[in-house]
Ligand binder design. Structure first.
Ligand code: DLL
Length: 435
């Protein structure tokens, strides 16, 4: 049941002792990186007497990573580095994260631990539909699955026909997939009259890398007839394998022997107590090449209180509600794209893709929600379609406090990215940053 029983079920006091030890070692190591050497002085931040003292250290942000591109956060000699991963934003320098051989080993072990927790074993066939390359999604769980001993198919995303062919030929049992692609593939199954329950051997899917709702998870579970587990991670901490759901599916265990977990108020930076929603801040505890201290993820979640029935002692975080920077302000009303998704996924006639557009009309913000319908629903009468549009508009208005313009579209009419889905396009001249 456990990949690493000692680590996963460690008594909280021992776990916290280990964290403090590893934190102080990390602070020492970090002092070799130019950025932290300048920040803390040549002697480093100095050992902390207790874990709570971490709150006295400054945060690290994505902007810091960008501003000190390319080597400002590198804490080991270049000859010890075996790989880098990088993510490019829309502006400025990309962020770069370096890995030593030991960093890669530790990451593979966390990935194997996470997958094993959900029931993946050596006899499984793992079809990895996440992108390979600078993005950490594909390669992260790839190494974990191989370490676990499962047959690993590094197919990457896209080409649904080929995905299906591999699933059938090799009796794939486990997949790793973006939630947006899992929804689209469900539509493809329906179009090609595939019943995954009868025609395929699938048992488990891991979804992550982009925000999604509980409703989306349930829909994927229903259509695919499998168990779907939420997986959270970010390149800055390694990639997938930072936090993962166990079979209880009551939040994601964040591997606290490798990361220190804090939730802070996104505006003031104040550390918040268990149960309160705020921004996730992570400190790496076992990474050599690019240790990060109090890294602001921008992801909004909370620590779920209480022990988990699975016996693991690592605390759980709630599903990511969104990012502190993806909140939309529509005529003064704050809303998150996930609220739109939650409402849409409850409606059975709605298909697998949607897009939120924000327009400026007569000096007012106007929210447009474009949604693809399932084929059967799209072929309904005009009156049925009008009725459906009115109902979706009402439901969205009740959820958001803003009345959107709802446009119902035929399946396949919205752009479908091979990578992470783009769900929001802000067409306001101000880009929504203050009117
Ligand atoms: O997305 C790593 C990953 C790959 C995680 C595959 C899970 C599965 P980045 O490209 O650096 O790394 O993006 C990290 O994606 O800060 C979140 O905003 C978002 N994210 C990742 N997992 C989830 C999730 C990978 N389960 C950023 N739910 C993070 C919601 C997620 N958002």
């Amino acid at each position: 049941m456990y990949w690493d029983r000692a680590a996963e079920t460690m008594d909280r006091r021992d776990l916290e002792r280990l964290q403090l030890e590893r934190l102080n070692a990390t602070l020492q190591r970090a002092a070799h990186a130019p950025y932290y050497r300048d920040l803390h002085g040549a002697r480093g931040a100095g050992p902390l007497p207790s874990l709570v003292d971490i709150a006295g250290l400054p945060f690290t942000t994505k902007a810091d990573l960008r501003d000190h591109f390319p080597y400002g956060f590198l804490a080991v000699p270049m000859e010890d580095v075996v790989r880098l991963h990088s993510s490019s934003g829309t502006t400025g320098n990309p962020t770069v994260i370096y890995h030593t051989r030991a960093d890669i080993e530790a990451w593979a072990d966390l990935a194997a631990r996470s997958m094993y927790m959900t029931g993946v074993r050596k006899a499984d066939v793992f079809q990895n539909m996440m992108g390979y390359g600078l993005f950490t999604g594909g390669i992260g769980l790839h190494y974990g699955a191989e370490r676990l001993g499962a047959l690993t198919i590094p197919i990457g995303p896209g080409n649904s026909k080929r995905q299906l062919w591999f699933m059938r030929q090799f009796r794939t049992t486990v997949v790793h997939i973006l939630p947006s692609y899992a929804l689209r593939l469900a539509t493809f199954f329906a179009e090609t009259s595939i019943d995954p329950r009868k025609d395929l051997a699938l048992r488990i899917a891991f979804i992550g890398a982009e925000p999604h709702t509980e409703e989306t998870r349930r829909r994927i579970e229903q259509v695919w007839g499998i168990k779907v587990y939420n997986s959270y991670g970010l390149s800055e901490m390694c990639g997938p394998g930072v936090a993962f759901e166990c079979p209880e599916q009551n939040g994601m265990h964040l591997w606290e022997d490798h990361f220190i977990l804090e939730i802070v108020d996104p505006d003031t930076g104040r550390v918040l107590p268990e149960g309160e929603w705020g921004e996730l801040v992570l400190t790496s505890l076992a990474r050599a090449a690019t240790p990060l201290i109090r890294y602001r993820t921008r992801d909004l979640t909370r620590i779920l209180p209480g022990p988990c029935a699975c016996g693991r002692t690592h605390r759980r975080i709630d599903r990511i509600r969104g990012r502190s920077d993806d909140m939309l302000i529509i005529n003064g009303v704050n809303l998150f794209p996930m609220q739109v998704e939650r409402t849409l996924m409850r409606e059975p006639a709605i298909g697998s893709n949607y897009l939120i557009e924000v327009h400026e009309e007569n000096f007012m913000d106007r929210l447009h929600v474009k949604v693809e319908l399932r084929q059967e629903a799209f072929e309904g009468t005009l009156a049925e379609l009008e009725h459906l549009a009115a109902r979706v508009t009402d439901e969205l208005t009740a959820e958001l406090g803003v009345t959107p313009v709802v446009k119902l579209l035929e399946a396949g009419s919205l752009p479908a990215a091979e990578g992470k889905a783009v769900r929001v396009v802000d067409l306001r001249k101000s880009g929504g940053k203050g009117a």
